[in-house]
Design a protein around this ligand. Structure first.
Ligand SMILES: NC(=O)c1ccc[n+]([C@@H]2O[C@H](COP(=O)([O-])OP(=O)(O)OC[C@H]3O[C@@H](n4cnc5c(N)ncnc54)[C@H](OP(=O)(O)O)[C@@H]3O)[C@@H](O)[C@H]2O)c1
Length: 222
């Protein structure tokens, strides 16, 4: 069966490019989205190069076109760029699941939890995208560092929050395809806690001189 096409908006960056590589390797066609169509195409070509031969194709497009071409849209841009980026993709996202990866951080205190006015980046994305879009938050606690290494076995979990069960299931399947244990962590309102955990992890990284601490939920049946 043909797998759905995933647009990774901000897929030229650290987190989005790593996820894109894992999804293409798992057989999902990927469109890398960027403010610049040329930058997207060149990132897609570069990221495709080391992929196994049976990987799905990876292409590039300007953000709006990338969203329009995809079945599922992943938003992976810095919080400060979220509103402007959503303006570019809002039309192409209608009727689709949008998975937000973004974490609101307030420099210079990036190791201190900060909640934006809408409660979380994910809830603000839902409000801006409108009721025709099912927003799910996932991957906030996954450091970009190892993602492009396909031999890396994730040792951290992905918490998935959202208000629509089917959209959440889509995100859970994508997290599993990328090699993670994915856990339904409740409604989109809970994204504020999951996003906040990333600030906690940034502080743990700094204090322990590591780059990729993560979280794992225990006590679940395997
Ligand atoms: N890095 C991590 O380890 C990590 C882990 C978990 C969650 N996150 C979250 O995931 C999101 C993406 O993180 P990242 O590290 O991949 O970010 P990034 O590399 O700094 O940026 C991702 C992409 O966003 C676009 N962008 C950057 N600044 C922009 C601006 N001012 N206006 C419009 N577009 C802009 C750029 O794409 P174009 O120039 O191609 O348009 C860039 O390649 C963030 O919200 C971050 O908090 C990151």
């Amino acid at each position: 069966m043909t797998k759905p096409t995933i647009a990774v908006i901000g897929g030229t960056g650290a987190e989005g490019s790593g996820l894109a590589v894992r999804w293409a390797a798992a057989g999902y066609p990927v469109v890398i989205g960027s403010r610049s169509a040329e930058k997207a195409a060149s990132a897609a070509a570069e990221l495709s190069q080391p992929l196994p031969a049976n990987s799905a194709p990876m292409t590039g497009a300007a953000n709006g076109d990338a969203a329009a071409q995809a079945d599922i849209v992943v938003l992976s841009v810095p919080y400060d760029a979220q509103v402007g980026t959503i303006e570019q993709i809002v039309t192409g996202c209608q009727g689709k699941t949008v998975i937000t990866v973004g974490v609101p951080l307030k420099p210079p205190k990036v190791a201190t939890v900060w909640h934006p006015p809408g409660g979380s980046a994910a809830q603000e994305a839902q409000a801006q995208l409108g009721e025709g879009v099912q927003v799910v938050a996932a991957f906030q606690n996954v450091a970009a560092g190892h993602l492009k290494d396909l031999s890396w076995q994730p040792t951290c979990d992905v918490l998935v929050t959202g208000d629509n069960k089917a959209a959440k299931q889509t995100a859970i399947e994508l997290a599993q395809a990328a090699g993670f244990v994915a856990i339904d962590a409740g409604p989109l309102a809970n994204a504020s806690v999951v996003e906040g955990l990333t600030a906690v992890l940034i502080g743990i990284n700094a204090r322990n001189k590591v780059q990729g601490s993560g979280i794992r939920i225990t006590g679940l049946p395997t």
